[in-house]
Design a protein around this ligand. Structure first.
Ligand code: ATP
Ligand code: HSE
Length: 398
């Protein structure tokens, strides 16, 4: 009998104005990966060395039961190199957004490459004949955390296929090796309104986290299965332990996220490339003051729209990204709680180009006003009214 699992990962919005690379909120849009594992009694162990690799650290959180279903147990099967069996790597099918353009090779697709990184670092590779059906509702390259969700899905997939039982903290460590800003991945993994920071890893600890090139973490894996051998898994950069740290704030249910999504994409790498290496002290203070106020203002009832509106302003990333997003300056200055009752604050969602408006009512009016500005710039946009997802990522056996 095959086993079927579903991996659920939410979208996320990051920064929320002044909290650049700090704040994230997971959203009610989902990336769903359905994993079909053939009769596990026929699946060989993929490496005899896997049991010697420590697979987890202790978790600071209680993991919901649904996050760690009983994974298939390969351990009693004989150790076999897949290249010597009737092996075929995972097959991928996609439905939903970007389903016609996303790579379907398991060695090129972001979700499966990340899962292979997790497996590889445990001296494992894909078990044979896995089927993956991916349904994507998160638009690519719009600032709604599509890559963060794909990375988390990949870590959860690797954990499932390797029967690793990684702790939630260790899963985050793996995700942070791939996406080095913690805001989207932490919100996608944990769920809710999240503040996070990365531990500074000094080189004399044996590894400088920031300096490991992504190409070494996610190498171009060859398109064949002859990749298990004596050295398989020996030179994989392992994540330092406990690099991501987070807090989860209360979220008031009356606050909804109005997201206005332009039709064009802005790659996060490009939107980070326009940022300066150094900032003026006054701009840093501007953000710190607002961020400190924003967290309490957003989590305290009754809400104070004027306070929140000012506290959602930013001088660390949005001013530099205006050149990439036509209409951004006007959008950020022309709507306010006075002109649009119900509006709490407005900012770029993640690296953009999506606009995030936090609001308690008048959602469609707020969205239409933002779309009007985009329209003047010749940009078509859609909108959605989203809720916070408080559950985060989870895996179920169906
Ligand atoms: N479901 C997915 N499957 C495979 N690849 C994906 C998936 N989602 C995202 N990606 C990859 O990530 C890229 C988008 O990443 P990018 O960081 O530029 O934008 P984003 O994550 O949507 O925005 P932001 O980080 O600002 O929220 C896509 O072009 C694709 O290569
Ligand atoms: N904090 C990140 C989020 C995008 O992934 C940025 O703004 O670049």
């Amino acid at each position: 009998m095959s086993k079927i699992y579903k991996i659920h990962v939410p979208a996320s919005t990051a920064n929320i104005g002044p909290g650049f690379d700090v704040c994230g909120i997971s959203l009610s849009l989902e990336l769903l990966v359905t994993v079909t594992i053939p009769d596990t009694s026929l699946i060989p162990t993929l490496s005899s060395t896997s049991s010697s690799i420590p697979s987890s650290t202790s978790s600071p959180l209680t993991i919901p039961a649904s996050t760690n279903p009983s994974s298939p147990d390969y351990s009693s099967s004989p150790s076999t190199n897949p290249s010597s069996t009737n092996y075929s790597p995972p097959t991928l099918t996609y439905t939903g957004l970007s389903s016609t353009t996303v790579p379907l090779s398991p060695y090129k697709n972001l979700i499966t490459r990340v899962s292979l990184y997790v497996l590889h670092s445990h001296h494992l590779t894909f078990p044979p004949n896995i089927k993956l059906n991916i349904h994507n509702s998160i638009p690519f390259g719009r600032g709604l955390g599509s890559s963060g969700a794909a990375v988390i899905a990949g870590v959860l997939l690797g954990d499932l296929l390797g029967n690793l039982n990684l702790s939630i903290q260790r899963k985050l460590d793996y995700a942070l090796m791939v996406e080095r800003h913690p805001d989207n991945v932490t919100a996608a993994l944990i769920g809710g309104f999240i503040g996070s920071y990365l531990k500074e890893i000094k080189s004399d600890d044996g590894m400088d986290f920031k300096e490991i090139p992504l190409a070494e973490v996610l190498p171009e894996y060859p398109e064949n299965v002859e990749i298990l051998g004596e050295d398989w898994g020996k030179n994989v950069p392992l994540p330092p332990k406990n690099i991501g740290n987070w807090v989860k704030w209360n979220w008031l249910k009356e606050i909804k996220m109005v997201v206005v999504i332009p039709e064009f994409q802005v790659a996060t790498a490009k939107a980070r490339g326009v940022l300066p290496d150094k900032y003026d002290r006054k701009d840093v203070i501007f953000n710190l003051q607002r961020l400190a106020v924003l967290i309490t203002a957003l989590t305290t009832s009754p809400l104070n729209p004027e306070l929140i509106y000012e506290a959602m302003k930013d001088k660390l990333h949005q001013p530099y990204r205006m050149a990439l997003i036509p209409g951004l300056t006007e959008i950020l200055t022309s709507l306010s709680p006075t002109t649009h009752p119900g509006l709490l604050g407005i900012c770029l969602s993640g690296a953009g180009p999506t606009i995030l408006a936090l609001a308690t009512h008048n959602f469609d009016l707020i969205a239409e006003s933002i779309k009007e500005v985009f329209k003047k710039e010749g940009v078509k946009a859609d909108h959605e009214v989203l809720s916070v997802d408080t559950r985060g990522s989870w895996v179920e056996e169906v």
